[in-house]
Design a protein around this ligand. Sequence first.
Ligand code: C2E
Ligand code: CA
Ligand code: CA
Length: 646
Amino acid sequence: MVRWSLSAELFSAIILALLMLSYRGQKQAPTRRGQMYQICLWLSMGSILLNVLCVLTIDYALHLPLWLNLLLNSLYFFVVVVMATVMAAHLFELILEHVYDSHCLRKARRLLVGLALLFTAAVLWNLESGILFYFDDQNAYQRGPLNSLGYGFLTVELLALVVCYLRNRRSVSRSMVHVMRTLPPLVVLLMVFQWLYPEILLNGAIVTMADLILYISFQSRRVELDSLTGVGNRNSFCNELTLRLASRQRFHVILLGLQQFADINRRFGHQMGDAFLYETALQLEKYFPQGRVFRVGNVEFALLLPYPDDGGSARLQVLQDCFGRPWSLGAAQAVLSVRLADLLCDRADWTMGQVLEFLEYSLDLARKGGGEPVRFQAQAARLFQRRKELVALMRQSLREHRFRVWYQPVWDAANRAFTSAEALLRLSTPAGEPVPPSEFIPLAEESGLIDELSWLVVEEVCRLLSSGALPGLESVSINLSMQQFLDPDLIPRLRRCLEHYGLSPDRLKIEITERVAVQDVERTASVMAQLSDLGIYFYLDDFGTGWSNLSCALDMPFQCVKLDHSLLTTYPDNPQSCRLVHGLISLFHELDIQVVAEGVESQAQADALTACGVDWLQGYYLARPMPEEELLPFLQNTQKEMSPRV
Ligand code: C2E
Ligand code: CA
Ligand code: CA
């Protein structure tokens, strides 16, 4: 009779018990992967205990009924089959985790079910034939001719796993690569050892080792989970994108940004805010079980889904419906406002970084838009590319000091001379093509470059004014964007700059639009008051466009209002336009505010405006914006003539 050593099995049972305790203690979010792993652990433990029981009953076979031994040993073989099948299925799922095409997984499952049925049939047939094991006349356990059939099946499963891994290795996660590099060789090694020393039972050791290797891989995955919501974090989103792009898969990504979430925190407290975020993750998982959910930013979630048959619009609709309804969490009820952006990747040649950029750019557009989802498409790609190139060009131009400040002389109607000018930034491509400020200024504001650019203009203007080269030029106005106006360093820095160049503050004028003025009325008023006290005065720019109203001009200390050129489109031919422009001029004069008419393009306009008492005229008819080197000859010439064309 064979005498078996159970020491490896008992040792394995202890390790397995520790593993089970440690796994339970982690309180991970219940995922399908986690549940499968737990089933594997229980089956492994069951098979080891059953094996130990079988060995004990075989030792006492003489004192036990034959049917009990037969039953226990058959049961053991059966549990081993189930365990090996479940574990192999789990491994297949992990290998193919990042492959949406389920063809390979279906094939693997069919193979596993086939093998399991075959082996179960062998176990049943063994009761009659004794091909796996039997009990001889003395009730002693004997190995049948096909006793090692289980190892045969295990080898087939291992081979199938290796083939599946090799075929899909570009999409296999790093932790699974680690599993596949260690598990098959170790299993083979143990099987050889078992074959050489059949009396040392190693079945339990093999499964425990497999469980242990998987456990280690799970551990490394925990850092990929978002601790608040239990869904994947940004890191795992990037990893998964990389894997899918590397294997040129087709997929659909939706980026979802929660809007005004600070309001939720303010209304219900941060704990409730966290609960709303958790609920968002739950809802996304509920509605999209076929995809994976990630929390990629504080209030941004990403959904990675299989390529849709219907273009993906139904999914966006589901999300809009879901977030359009009020959600109730305990006593808190709120509608979470979201913005959506999505992207279809059809085996595109993109990098993970590009996809992230595309998505964030599209979400940005969605945030600025009216609430409709924005899909990253060819047109968006072109815009995005242009934006990227422009930002790169601006950075390069800043580094290489290639930005230029041009000046548009402004005609002083009372003194009949160009006594002022507006400083306007100019940027050109390396090929010399000019880029319109209307295109690069908003981008500079978005990318934060505007600060550096504005100070560049201030420096240039102060240098020009202090050079004494342009004696007729009393002042120059500069345009300030929103960001500088909120900058606490604005006032001290302006003062330092003026002091450095020894300039009187009234030589520098600041133009702001109403958009800048109303963003934080109190702060703006205080900054304006402080600068006015210093002697730096303000112009309200673009009056007459969407960004202006009378109350702003009245409430804030503006020295001057610049009527936008859109007010002059039909001026002076259209009597309505004349009434409006003349009315505005006299109204502002009554309020002691001077008026600049911008965009004067004809003699008729200039004459009519001068006749009705406008203070300043600016426009192509009088002078176009020009570089510094042209400004001096221009001013000298016009001063000689005194009144050039007006
Ligand atoms: P803005 O402040 O309203 O500047 C006046 C714009 O009107 C300039 O366009 C100027 O070239 C243009 N203009 C002048 N006369 C005429 C005319 O007779 N007809 C027409 N159609 N246009 C005329 P530009 O230089 O393209 O600047 C566009 C905008 O870019 C500026 O509008 C300003 O908002 C912004 N910008 C330019 N330089 C700077 C800067 O240094 N800082 C900031 N923050 N913004 C700037
Ligand atoms: Ca301006
Ligand atoms: Ca303007």
